[in-house]
Design a protein around this ligand. Structure first.
Ligand code: FAD
Length: 93
């Protein structure tokens, strides 16, 4: 259960500390339970338009997470969410 809770978008969106984002992203790249998602995510992080070294403030973290989730949404044919929308995480991965 804890495992399932850790590897979620909700978990990523709740992070505000840049150092914690970096370690969490590294954990996702290495241990995300879905192998295909993990590989795509690793490639996305590697070629990300905002490299993690440039993420230095809580606002940067929020923008990085929002953009990253949208890039995954785009690849999966899901809608693009505007920044600042009221988000709802029922049981999303
Ligand atoms: C790191 C990571 C990588 C993933 N990679 C893959 C993959 O390669 N292939 C795959 O099939 N699935 C992948 N997934 C899962 C996928 O992104 C969805 O979470 C999953 O398909 C469930 O979809 P959903 O529609 O229930 O929820 P989601 O698409 O996760 O959306 C849930 C809620 O998140 C909010 N939301 C959506 N976009 C944003 C945004 N940009 N910013 C803030 N909030 C937003 C909305 O309120 C939405 O209702 C990945 C998940 C994670 C956490």
């Amino acid at each position: 259960m804890l495992y399932a809770t850790l590897f979620t978008w909700a978990h990523l969106h709740n992070i505000s500390d840049p150092a914690l984002l970096k370690t969490t992203v590294q954990q996702y790249v290495e241990h995300f339970p879905c192998e295909e998602c993990r590989e795509h995510f690793a490639t996305l992080v590697e070629h990300h338009p905002i490299q993690l070294e440039h993420v230095r403030t809580p606002e940067d973290v929020q923008i990085w997470s929002w953009l990253t989730h949208n890039l995954v949404n785009q690849r999966l044919g899901k809608p693009w969410y505007s920044a600042g929308e009221e988000y709802n995480f029922p049981d999303c991965l």
